[in-house]
Design a binder for this molecule. Structure first.
Ligand SMILES: Cc1cc2nc3c(=O)[nH]c(=O)nc-3n(C[C@H](O)[C@H](O)[C@H](O)COP(=O)(O)OP(=O)(O)OC[C@H]3O[C@@H](n4cnc5c(N)ncnc54)[C@H](O)[C@@H]3O)c2cc1C
Length: 490
């Protein structure tokens, strides 16, 4: 036997599994990374690295962000607890009640403990995610509950620390080595992997295999097959290497597909973003402050309630809805009153600008007459209900137009007016494999397959229709840690 545990993939889930396998007694652990070293780390490298996790008291966050109160006075008083029930409620709401009950319970209940493990054992460092989660109201910064902490240097830091921790522990990493096939004993037990590396094919034997190869978001043919048109044309926000090979290998030996195979996470990104994630851009192509403005399509119409919920609960489905608009192109429009509230990453591309709404829409590739009318109708309808408050669902709505804007519906009336062109970029796919709460992969006879485990984006059933910001990495860490432990004990 060559290895105790082989992990296919080198993202957050894979390293959580590799570290946990080591910690639980596996001596020889091998990580197979399909990408070359300079493109290693999957979507994890690209991520904003915000983690969503439970805490019953804000003091439980101190170990991650000990200077929070000093840097942001009022932090302890301002942040709401995020107990198990709150995380469950958020996940149930965004998945329309379809999240797998057993797996989501494991994810939620292990989330805080796993954060502590990432810090202690994984050696990750954390900070408050000011640029994406902090909202300035007067002199104070307001924080949403649940998802506000990220690793230092975001996904780049997360990925770098994972490689450093693994190397320190003697976990072997082979680059440019893509797993292609699982090998099995007569008994059906998975006992290794056939991979293609720089020198050709090689078979690696192992007592257990953990699949952590991400979803199929990079693969246009599978996107068309499972998500339908126009997903084959979508820009990919992250890794160029997640083609669904882990899923294919597993399905080829009779494992059970699970979850929402026609569902995915996709976000509004600047229309000029590259077709595939660029290592240096990471998540800077996102354009997620649409809830403070409006979005119009090329026909010049609004088509969605931009303020239906906090953007951390709408952004992952609005990307797909934008992609399905004519020419997969929409324009986000803001006035100067809200410009200071836009996420800093808006500054990474130049907006269209004008001192009049007419002057602005004339520069956009839209039906100019209709667009101007839409904005004028919006302005007449806006400003009803509550007072504008950027940090909470403020109940300031529009009256008498369709679609309604339910919150933050301020008039767009103060020049200069700005607009960014936006399309929908795919992040990761929701369809995956059925696993037990021990992360063991289940076959189509509903029995676990000996020697095979999965984690991260490859786990099916957690996400349906939509997603709550910060859950992907948390899920990868929780199930990776469980998978590594189970694999080592196997
Ligand atoms: C721009 C962006 C921003 C994001 N921001 C956040 C955030 O703030 N918070 C959050 O929770 N989530 C975020 N996500 C989602 C998050 O990145 C993913 O949920 C998470 O990285 C998934 O981890 P994973 O280990 O399953 O997959 P990945 O990190 O994608 O890793 C998959 C690995 O498998 C490798 N691989 C693929 N095929 C093979 C093969 N055949 N053999 C061997 N290796 C293979 C890949 O090269 C890669 O190393 C973001 C994603 C993107 C793209």
């Amino acid at each position: 036997m060559d290895y105790d545990v082989i992990v296919a993939g080198a993202g957050n889930a894979a390293f959580s599994a590799a570290l946990s396998a080591k910690e639980n007694g596996a001596k020889r652990v091998l990580v197979l990374e399909k990408a070359p070293k300079e493109k290693r780390g999957g979507n994890t490298h690209f991520s904003g690295a915000v983690f969503r996790f439970i805490y019953n008291d804000v003091a439980e966050l101190d170990r991650f962000v000990p200077d929070a109160e000093r840097d942001y006075p009022g932090f302890h008083k301002g942040v709401q607890p995020y107990p198990v029930e709150a995380f469950r409620e958020d996940l149930m709401r965004v998945t329309q009640g379809r999240t797998d009950p057993e797996l989501s319970a494991a994810l939620i209940e292990n989330s805080y403990d796993t954060m502590c493990w990432l810090q202690e054992t994984g050696k990750h460092e954390f900070e408050l995610a000011l640029s994406v989660m902090g909202v300035r109201v007067g002199n104070e910064v307001k924080w949403p509950r649940g998802a506000m902490i990220r690793t230092v240097h975001e996904g780049v830091g997360l990925s770098k620390t994972w490689f450093a921790t693994a190397e320190k522990l003697g976990i072997e990493i082979r680059y440019e080595t893509g797993a292609q096939r699982l090998t099995q004993a007569e008994s059906g037990r998975v006992n290794g992997v056939v991979a293609r590396g720089p020198e050709g094919f090689a078979t690696f034997g192992a007592k257990a295999v953990v699949l952590a190869c991400g979803g199929f978001e990079t693969n246009p043919e599978w996107r068309l097959r499972y998500l339908g048109a126009p997903w084959d044309h979508a820009k990919v926000r992250g890794s160029n290497f997640n083609h669904g090979e882990g899923l294919k290998m597993a399905l080829d030996i009779g494992t059970m597909p699970w979850g929402h195979w026609s569902g995915c996470h996709a976000t509004p990104i600047v229309a000029t973003a590259p077709d595939y994630g660029a290592q240096h851009l990471t998540d800077k192509t996102n354009r997620l402050s649409y809830h403070y403005g409006v979005m119009i399509n090329v026909e010049g119409r609004r088509w969605i309630d931009e303020g239906a919920d906090l953007n951390s609960f709408t952004y992952a489905k609005y990307g797909g809805l934008i992609l399905k608009q004519p020419r997969s192109l929409v324009y986000q429009i803001f006035d100067s009153k809200v410009v200071k509230l836009l996420e800093p990453r808006y500054s990474t591309s130049e907006p269209y600008r004008s001192d009049t709404l007419e002057g602005l829409v004339k520069q956009l590739d839209v039906d100019h007459g209709r667009a101007l009318k839409t904005l004028e109708e919006y302005n007449r309808a806006a400003g009803k209900g509550g007072r504008f408050n950027p940090a909470v669902l403020d109940g300031m709505y529009t009256e008498g137009i369709e679609p309604k804007k339910s919150n933050w519906a301020r008039k767009i009336d103060t020049p200069p007016f700005l607009s960014w062109p936006v399309t929908g970029g795919i992040t990761f796919t929701f369809g995956g494999l059925k696993v037990t709460k021990d992360a063991q992969v289940v076959a189509t006879d509903w029995k676990p397959i000996a020697g095979l485990y999965a984690c991260g984006e490859m786990v099916g059933g957690l996400f349906h229709y939509n997603y709550a910001l910060g859950t992907g990495l948390m899920s990868g860490a929780v199930f990776g840690r469980i998978a590594g432990r189970s694999a080592a004990r196997a």
